[in-house]
Design a protein around this ligand. Structure first.
Ligand code: COA
Length: 119
């Protein structure tokens, strides 16, 4: 759950769809309060969740899918080093039409390389 500085609930971020054999999980989020958009919240939350996933939970792969039109979500993933790895063509129905889902992932090795180059 995400809260603003007044303690009001503004959205959620979660790790879900765990596969404990392959050590993978999906990251999902939304921020319902549009006045909070564009402040870096999604970018920051993705980093926090990925750190927990790789460094505490020993997961190997975090993945997510987002609508082709959701440029904010795509940029937040790309800023955290996620790679676009494919497209589920017409994978969702959004605003009266079928829309593609862009698939992103970050691997433990990507996370390690990013940490090494950040030093
Ligand atoms: C998509 C969403 C999660 C992005 O969260 P956010 O906290 O606004 O994202 P950030 O502030 O970290 O922004 C990341 C980048 O995307 C850009 N961005 C944010 N919203 C954008 C938009 N609507 N269009 C284009 N770029 C956008 C930001 O400017 C930033 O880029 P920059 O660093 O180059 O300036 C949030 O807007 C949201 O929840 N929207 C509604 C529900 C939704 O779409 N959920 C996702 C379902 S998969």
């Amino acid at each position: 759950m995400l809260f603003n500085q007044l303690g009001e609930w503004i959205g959620v971020v979660s790790l879900q769809s765990f596969n404990w054999v392959y050590r993978t999980a999906e990251i999902a989020m939304w921020i319902g309060d549009s006045t909070e958009w564009g402040k870096g919240l999604a970018t920051g939350m993705i980093e926090i969740v990925c750190r927990h996933a790789f460094e505490r939970m020993n997961l190997n792969r975090i993945w997510s899918g987002t609508a082709e039109t959701n440029r904010g979500m795509q940029k937040a993933f790309e800023k955290n080093g996620f790679r676009k790895e494919g497209v589920f063509r017409q994978g969702m129905f959004l605003s009266g039409r079928y829309a593609d889902i862009f698939c992103y992932s970050l691997l433990a090795q990507d996370w390690g390389e990013r940490k090494a180059t950040a030093k």
